[in-house]
Design a protein around this ligand. Structure first.
Ligand code: GLN
Length: 547
């Protein structure tokens, strides 16, 4: 392992547009540094006033990614975990709200000893303290810090100020990477650098100079454009990195390292060059390209007509987990979104699910589309289509079974019908008081919990271990009063929390694959290490198809 004497920090900021891939760029730089033998960690800064992402609508903000230590964070944290193959903690995530809350709490506790507490320097100093704590905790040689939003906004100015203060204290320990977008307007047909020039200037007016520009665009950065960026943005020509669109995000570390981004950053940080071992990434990309046989997966849920763009972001970990498992089994996943409300309007349309090799119902909240999901689950259960239910997908599978097999027609979750006479999914008293008192933020059952698997079951065979740990994010629970009835009738309770006796996994007998989990396995799937439950689903789907 390489060891460096002083910790180094790479800030990644965005120019021109948000959503151009700062997260994946940060994660890829991290993967490259790790492949050079450094110990690496990554932080995400969300400029929102929300204390965490748990209170943000995933259709607007993207998936809420949950850490082992119960934090509800930004989807980019998932990219970091997947690319760096590490488990991050709440130390790796901050928002404006979180920063201010800590400073105000410290002020109330007289920690500032009578001083006037000011936005500058106290807020940036607290931000720096958080960054340094995360770096120390991870024993990181190199810490990547992604600042959300784009330069020039009001929202992230104090985070840029923190970066400026760090760079001023020790210029050699901080590198600034500007990820910017270079549009090609159709009527001009030429890649334009001007918006990036403005972004570089906006960064200058925050007292910072970009050391490197990652030029995102639909095509490669050519020589004339590279020269323009260099002159007008004050960045060395060879430090302008071309980052065209690619078919799989897992190609990005390879593409970037072809341009030696790693050694260039090391030289900015005044460190000697080092070789990079990206062999595992090369093998992964080969697997991605090798999968020729298609696997059709339907993701069934309620959707708000926001279009496919937002949906992909809201369920990014589920999508990635399906891909990881499919590539592992040398098949090519083809994913389709199926709106459960269609099955409410026309229940016979549920037959279209027979076109798919596998069906997934992901996590969700509220009433909308729930009856349609239940119709879908009944269909896949009866027609033996491989099924994986994630969180709400597990709860609704239990309700479906209770209604149609146990003939408890009014079976429901109290989330949808608080007065149901058959509360298959209910709420514990503590959670009920959270809801009553509107204590919504950070109060769900969150983070990692242990689960003991029943010997010889499908999930036990998949995990190949007796006890697992998985991440949760839910308020409602399976009601143990119905446990025996469900189990005896064939929806077997095969995973239970050893401390609380809460039901965590159910699986159906006499079905190629029908598994419901109260947790979110998707958060722990990694490109080189796919999640066993998703691999199980893919294997079963391929087997059903061949037979
Ligand atoms: N709405 C359900 C609950 O709160 C399931 C949550 C989820 O799917 N993440 O328990």
């Amino acid at each position: 392992m390489a060891k460096i004497r002083k910790r180094k920090f790479i800030f990644v900021v965005g120019g021109v547009l948000s959503g151009v891939g700062k997260g994946v760029t940060s994660a890829s730089i991290g993967a490259i540094m790790k492949a050079k033998g450094f110990s690496v960690t990554a932080l995400k800064i969300d400029p929102y006033v929300n204390v965490d992402a748990g209170t943000m609508n995933p259709l607007e903000h993207g998936e809420v990614f949950v850490t082992d230590d119960r934090d509800e964070t930004d989807q980019d944290m998932g990219n970091y975990e997947r690319f760096l193959d590490v488990d991050l903690t709440s130390l790796n995530y901050m928002t404006t709200g979180r920063v201010y809350l800590s400073v105000i709490e410290a002020e109330r506790a007289m920690k500032y000893k009578g001083k006037c507490v000011q936005v500058v320097p106290h807020i940036p100093e607290h931000i720096i303290e958080r960054i340094e704590t995360a770096a120390q905790h991870a024993h990181a040689d190199i810490t990547i810090i992604e600042i959300g939003g784009t330069v020039g906004e009001y929202e992230n100015i104090l985070f840029l100020e923190a970066a400026r203060m760090m760079k001023l204290r020790d210029p050699e320990s901080v590198a600034m990477v500007l990820v910017s977008y270079l549009p090609i307007p159709s009527h001009i047909g030429e890649m334009k650098t001007k918006p990036t020039q403005h972004a570089a200037r906006a960064l200058n007016s925050a007292g910072l100079q970009a050391d490197m520009i990652v030029a995102r665009g639909s095509t490669e950065l050519d020589v004339p454009r590279r020269e323009k960026l260099a002159v007008f943005c004050g960045v060395r020509k060879e430090y302008c990195i071309s980052a065209p669109d690619v078919s799989s995000i897992y190609e990005i570390p390879l593409k970037m390292e072809e341009q030696e981004i790693g050694n260039k950053l090391l030289s900015i940080l005044k460190l000697p060059k080092k070789t990079t071992n990206l062999e595992p990434w090369e093998n992964l990309v080969k697997r991605v390209k090798n999968g020729k046989r298609e696997l059709k997966v339907a993701v069934v849920g309620k959707y708000f007509g926001t279009g496919n763009f937002t949906l992909a972001d809201s369920y990014i970990s589920v999508i990635e987990a399906i891909k990881h498992a499919s590539w592992n089994q040398s098949v090519k996943p083809v994913l389709e979104w199926v709106d459960s409300e269609d099955f409410e309007k026309d229940p016979t349309s549920v037959k279209k699910l027979s076109m798919y090799d596998a069906v997934i119902v992901p996590g969700g909240f509220g009433t909308r589309g729930v009856e349609g999901i239940i119709t879908a689950i009944q269909y896949v259960r009866e027609c033996h289509i491989p099924y994986l239910g994630l969180c709400y997908g597990m709860q609704l599978a239990c309700i479906e079974f209770a209604r149609h097999v146990l003939k408890k027609t009014s079976a429901h979750t109290v989330e949808v019908n608080p007065h149901t006479s058959e509360p298959i999914i209910h709420i514990n008293p503590l959670q009920a008081s959270n809801v009553r008192e509107q204590k919504y933020g950070g109060t769900m059952r969150l983070g990692a919990y242990e689960c003991v698997l029943r010997y010889g079951t499908r999930v036990h065979n998949a995990y190949k271990t007796d006890t697992i740990s998985e991440r949760h994010r839910h308020r409602y629970e399976f009601n143990n009063e119905y446990r025996e009835a469900l189990d005896t009738a064939g929806l077997r309770v095969v995973g239970v929390n050893p401390e609380t006796d809460l039901v965590e996994i159910v699986e159906l007998e006499n079905h190629p694959y029908f598994v419901g989990v109260q947790f979110h396995p998707e958060f722990k799937s990694r490109p080189m290490n796919p999640h066993p439950l998703f691999v199980g689903l893919v294997k079963a789907a391929m087997k059903v198809r061949t037979s």
